[in-house]
Each structure stands twice: as structure tokens, then as C-alpha cells.
Design a protein around this ligand. Structure first.
Ligand SMILES: [Zn+2]
Length: 129
């Protein structure tokens, strides 16, 4: 925008300055155990109801190893840290399909990135059947 005598307020810049002043962004609701799971195949279900697309989560959970989940989580956390996220709250699924694989990966993530970002993981038992 051209500068003139009018004092233009860039609200985004003002908000980002305050966010940085207080330590950075806070992501209060993530699902890092499902990060980067969108594909050209499953994007077709973008308008489906949650119930209609649960099988996609089940497929992901069934076919993912702890290392696969860890890699997705690590990529997500690295991206957040690089964007100035100071704290992260993420849900981590525990259910009959994924069992304890995601929580094991999350424990490794906390060990690896705990000094870079504050992390709180919420786990709830999910009964889908
Ligand atoms: Zn959620």
C-alpha cells in the first residue's frame, strides 16, 4: 500500500508484534497424530460427515507404525516451531485400532522437542463401535 499522510494500521502486523512480545503462537487444538494424512485419494471425502470418513482414520491407524506416526508428528512440530509456535496442545488417539502407537510416538516427540516447545497431549479413549 502506498504511504501517505494517512496513518494506516496494519492490524496483522500489530497482532503479530503482540504475539511475539508474549513469546509466540499457541496452538491449542491439534491432532498431530493425524498430521499430513490428507491425500489426493482421501480429499474426495472432504464434504463427508465425520461418521462417513471414520474408516479413513482407521486405515491410517491400522497401517501406521510408531515410526510413521513419529515422522508425521515431528514434521508438524518442526513446522510449528519454525513458525514461532511456543506451545502446543494436541489430542492423541488411543483406541482399539491404533492402540498405544500414537502415544508412544508422542512420548518420543516430547523427548525430542520438549526444549523447543511446550507440549500438552490429551488422550481420550475413543470407542467408535
Ligand atoms: Zn479436534
Amino acid at each position: 500500500m502506498k504511504k501517505n499522510s494517512y496513518s494506516y494500521l496494519n492490524l496483522r502486523d500489530e497482532i503479530e508484534l503482540k504475539i511475539k512480545k508474549y513469546g509466540g503462537w499457541v496452538n491449542t487444538h491439534a491432532h498431530i497424530d493425524r498430521a499430513y494424512s490428507l491425500s489426493k485419494k482421501n480429499v474426495a471425502y472432504i464434504d463427508a460427515t465425520l461418521h462417513e470418513k471414520w474408516f479413513l482414520n482407521d486405515e491410517l491407524k491400522r497401517t501406521s507404525s510408531v515410526n510413521n506416526i513419529y515422522d508425521r508428528m515431528a514434521y508438524a512440530v518442526e513446522n510449528m516451531v519454525s513458525q514461532g509456535v511456543q506451545a502446543l496442545g494436541s489430542f492423541i488417539d488411543i483406541d482399539e485400532v491404533i492402540k498405544d502407537k500414537a502415544i508412544k510416538a508422542a512420548e518420543r516427540i516430547k523427548d525430542k522437542f520438549g526444549s523447543d516447545i511446550k507440549m500438552i497431549c490429551f488422550s481420550t479413549l475413543i470407542f467408535t463401535r
